[in-house]
Write a protein that binds this ligand. Structure first.
Ligand code: GAL
Length: 353
């Protein structure tokens, strides 16, 4: 790999940058995160920065405010300042091809964080959770919570939400959930009254809760006048919160009209509180401390000319190469096992009060 040999011998890189030879001490790592509007990315960024610093690296942590042009400019700046390695959670997975070519020319390795960067051969490794499994967990939760297998003659209503169309994870979450839900939809036990059953009808640009709320308002007013909604597939807590606001505004959550089953992802504080209050039903816990650790281990290995540990070399084809990945296990959380978040120190007990 160009990046390794250059980092190793201190030669002039193609783009003209000079690399400090060998070791990693004092090297700066560029960490490009998408947004501060969600707690998880704040935690991902600070966890990584802390862990890199503990290994003797300097860090440059930047947030793109969910604007592609900001993120590209931030990465360009990291390259021109000679950072030794980049860890990137892309805002738009397909928008980084040019800037990553520049990173490659400058001999800077790139780790794609949580979201796969698409269309570029210059992505060295990918650290994430098993994204397809996240979707299967959400789909399975709905099947089990509605007891579909025990109530084969009963029909239930469902509406579907997907994540941001420019995030590669979206299709894995959706695909995983559909593997589980589609057989029930096909045999008419789960009925999507809006008819919006294709992913491109259900996406939520930039995972925005307000956008999801508006769509849910619309779905409810057009399809659920006298019929109740039994379940909502939501791929992410921010979307779930928007969905629940829309449900609340038409009377769900009161006496005879319980909230439908609403899934989620990320175990964000607002959603964990909502689960405890009996509003949101479920979330998927992805321990960002572990993901940060994985990315730091990968980066440290790359910078020391070792091969990072990976556990998937087949799934994540970004269109230009199959990116070797390390995938962590997601965990389903609902009211019953919510204490696990506190037990593992992911959420502080006092924050839940
Ligand atoms: C995805 C990520 C999810 C969630 C979502 C919105 O890429 O895998 O865990 O955070 O973005 O931020």
């Amino acid at each position: 790999m160009l990046a390794l040999s250059l980092a190793g011998c201190g030669q002039e890189a193609k783009g003209g940058s000079r690399y400090r030879p060998g070791g990693a001490a004092g090297a700066t790592i560029g960490i490009a995160m998408p947004t501060k509007s969600s707690e998880r990315w704040i935690a991902d960024g600070t966890n990584m920065a802390r862990q890199f610093q503990a290994k003797g690296y300097r860090t440059d942590l930047q947030y793109g405010d969910d604007k592609v042009e900001n993120q590209v400019a931030q990465i360009e700046n990291m390259i021109s300042r000679g950072h030794r390695l980049l860890v990137i959670a892309a805002i738009d997975g397909s928008a980084l091809t040019d800037v990553l070519r520049r990173a490659k020319d400058a001999g800077i390795p790139v780790i794609s964080y949580d979201r796969l960067i698409l269309g570029s051969p210059n992505v060295d490794y990918y650290a994430s959770f098993d994204n397809e499994r996240v979707g299967r967990i959400q789909g399975r939760y709905i099947v089990d919570a509605l007891r579909l297998d025990a109530k084969k003659d009963e029909k239930f209503t469902l509406e579907l939400f997907a994540g941001s169309p420019d995030d590669n994870n979206t299709k894995y979450f959706w695909g995983g959930a559909m593997t589980v839900l589609k057989p029930y939809m096909d045999r008419g036990q789960l009925v999507v009254r809006s008819g919006q059953t294709r992913m491109n009808q259900a996406t939520t640009l930039r995972w925005d809760g307000g956008t999801a709320q508006k769509r849910m308002d619309d779905l409810l007013s057009k399809n659920y006048g006298s019929t109740e909604l039994d379940a909502v597939l939501s791929p992410y807590d921010g979307i779930s919160i928007g969905v629940i606001s829309a449900l609340k505004s038409v009377g769900y959550g009161t006496g005879g009209k319980p909230y439908p089953v609403v899934t989620g992802q990320d175990a964000e504080l607002a959603s964990v509180k909502s689960i405890r209050a009996g509003q949101q039903t479920q979330t998927v816990y992805k321990d960002t401390r572990k993901l940060a650790r994985q990315a730091v281990l990968m980066a440290d290995a790359v910078l020391h000319h070792r091969k990072p540990r990976v556990n998937d070399t087949k799934t994540y084809d970004n269109g230009a190469r199959v990116v070797p990945a390390f995938l962590l296990d997601p965990v389903s959380i609902d009211r019953k096992n919510l204490h696990r978040l506190v037990d593992e120190g992911y959420i502080k007990a006092e924050d839940l009060r």
